[in-house]
Ligand binder design. Structure first.
Ligand code: NAD
Length: 314
């Protein structure tokens, strides 16, 4: 990890991963890339490029002598259902660009998959690494196809591509970009701003979640693991905690007792219903020593503290 390219750098994960990597390797060793222009504080070079433009990406990789790519640019699950054609083009086209560019160069790639690879017939509890994968969203289909493409490029062209199936990511720095688990972030903003939130999934909806600190650390740790440790070359199940909306509400009320949550499920309920409640991530724990740090109470406390400061509502 000497010269790092981060695609989708303006997004929920990219903004925080770039800050963590910046502290590790310095601004001269990071390049951000997004279809949108750079966001302040402009700490490292930024290229405004569509990841499906393979030749433009290749030029960036050569210009900066990139040896590591964190490929995060993507359309997410809920937004993807509103534009399935574009989701296929961006998610598959972007990943294939990166894998092709890495062929024969020794460039290492991190690419996140998602719990969206699971579908209505996947086991909902303790969902194993290898099981029925029948995603029913275009996003999930691109993630499953992407996992197989990664395995193929590893086997056939020796591209060192590493991947985890992220659960819903909770964070306070950048608002999420159109996923089904966005309610688990929005709820904190609304609890602080208005003391009331209307959830787009039902109260008993239970999904696997992870705090951003843990998510960013997992991406860096799998990239730093020895090659032989990374035995799953599709994508590792990765988990931290699972909880219902009711459990979140109860935890938030410990800090904001007057908080109220209403429920108005929309099309995202059906997506959530097809996903697992609890994931078995024992392979990641065994192979490269994955461990999460934040549970629901730790996430809630940190989110509330940080959002109160950010929204200046102490
Ligand atoms: N956030 C989550 O809860 C979650 C969960 C599972 C997996 N993931 C995966 O993690 C990755 C990052 O997710 P995120 O939450 O940061 O997403 P996000 O929507 O917040 O950010 C995605 C970024 O990609 C950029 N982008 C979109 N299309 C592009 C294109 N064609 N070319 C260049 N840039 C483009 C967007 O401008 C945006 O800044 C994605 O692969 C996503 O599938 C995220």
């Amino acid at each position: 990890m000497n010269k790092i390219l981060i695609t989708g750098v303006n997004g929920q994960i990219g903004t925080e991963l770039s800050q963590k990597l910046l502290a590790k390797v310095g601004p001269e060793n990071i390049v951000g890339l997004d279809i949108r222009p750079a966001l302040p504080p402009y700490a490292f070079p930024h290229e405004t490029i569509d990841t499906t433009n393979k030749e433009a990406i290749r030029q960036v990789v050569e210009k900066y002598r990139i040896d590591t790519i964190f490929h995060l640019a993507s359309l997410l699950s809920a937004r993807g259902e509103l534009n399935p054609d574009q989701t296929w083009d961006v998610n598959m086209g972007g990943l294939k660009s990166m894998l092709d560019i890495a062929r024969g160069t020794g460039i290492k790639i991190f690419w996140p998959s998602s719990i969206a690879v699971f579908g209505p017939n996947s086991p909902k509890d303790n969902t194993p690494q290898n099981t029925i994968l029948d995603p029913n969203t275009m996003y999930g289909i691109t993630k499953r196809a992407g996992e197989l493409l990664c395995q193929y490029y590893f086997d056939k062209f020796h591209v060192d591509v590493r991947s985890v199936r992220f659960p819903g990511i909770i964070s306070h720095e950048t608002e999420p970009g159109g996923g089904t688990t966005d309610y688990a972030v929005e709820i904190f903003y609304e609890a602080i701003r208005n003391k009331v939130y209307t959830s787009f999934v039902r109260e008993e909806t239970c999904l696997p979640m992870m705090y951003m600190e843990d998510a960013v650390r997992s991406a860096i740790e799998i990239m730093l693991a020895e090659k032989e440790q990374v035995k799953v070359r599709t994508s590792y199940n990765l988990a931290a905690v699972s909880f219902t909306v009711t459990e979140m509400v109860a935890e938030i009320r410990k800090h904001i007792p007057e908080f109220l949550c209403n429920y108005a499920p929309d099309f995202r309920q059906a997506i959530a219903d097809a996903w697992p409640r609890v994931i078995d991530d024992s392979r990641a724990r065994q192979d490269w020593n994955w461990q999460h740090e934040y549970d629901l109470s730790g996430i809630t406390q940190d989110m509330i503290e940080n959002l109160r400061q950010k929204l200046q509502m102490t």
